[in-house]
Design a protein around this ligand. Structure first.
Ligand code: URA
Length: 200
């Protein structure tokens, strides 16, 4: 019998249940599921959209070019080790050709992320980009909001603070936006009582 997300009492059993998931067609095209990187409990959780090619191959979120930038934000900017923060995605499987996740794929995958958040227990969640930010704030369909209207603010989700910022892939294409991302990261750090390592 397949285990539901709610029945998983720890991250290891949740990771194993995700690895067996065939609830949507992405199971047929993935190399492997991509569950998370980081500790089993974390004060801060970064959430991206979905694994890309490198992540599908390695099984670890944010390991490509965008991942290297996220690592710099965490290590050079925040002064933390990447291994101290949790990193995950809304979707646990790669959409072919890195297309946008469908509404149905996102809906089907949601219980895994919801349970992952409960078990990780972050005080602050930083969704990366429009898809993850809208998803985590429960916005969908025609109501979808732009990053401009979501970022530079602290939102609330089930007692946790949510600080949306740009996706690192967007920052690679639009380096001018890095200073705005840094403002969001400083906002998140302030909520955790952390001092930034470098000036923005
Ligand atoms: N982009 C994402 O949203 N997630 C990853 O894991 C890699 C790239």
């Amino acid at each position: 019998m397949r285990r539901t997300a709610a029945a998983c009492g720890d991250l290891a059993s949740l990771r194993a249940a995700v690895a067996r998931c065939h609830a949507c067609p992405l199971a047929a095209t993935r190399t492997q599921t991509v569950f998370s990187d980081g500790p089993d409990r974390a004060r801060i959780l970064f959430v991206g959209e979905a694994p890309g090619e490198n992540e599908d191959r390695s099984g670890v979120p944010f390991v490509g070019e965008a991942g290297a930038l996220l690592t710099d934000i965490i290590e050079k900017g925040m002064g933390l080790r990447r291994s101290e923060v949790a990193i995950a995605n809304v979707l646990k499987c790669r959409p072919p050709e890195n297309r946008d996740p469908s509404a149905e794929e996102t809906r089907t995958c949601t219980p895994w992320l919801d349970r992952q958040i409960e078990l990780l227990g972050p005080e602050v969640i930083v969704p990366l980009g429009k898809h993850a930010s809208n998803h985590l704030l429960g916005v969908s369909g025609p109501e979808l909001r732009s990053m401009g209207s979501l970022r530079e603010r602290v939102h609330e989700r089930g007692g946790r603070k949510v600080v949306p910022t740009y996706h690192p892939a967007y920052l690679l294409r639009t380096p001018d936006a890095k200073k705005d991302c840094w403002k969001d990261i400083q906002l998140a750090m302030g909520l955790l009582g952390l001092q930034p390592r470098r000036k923005g």
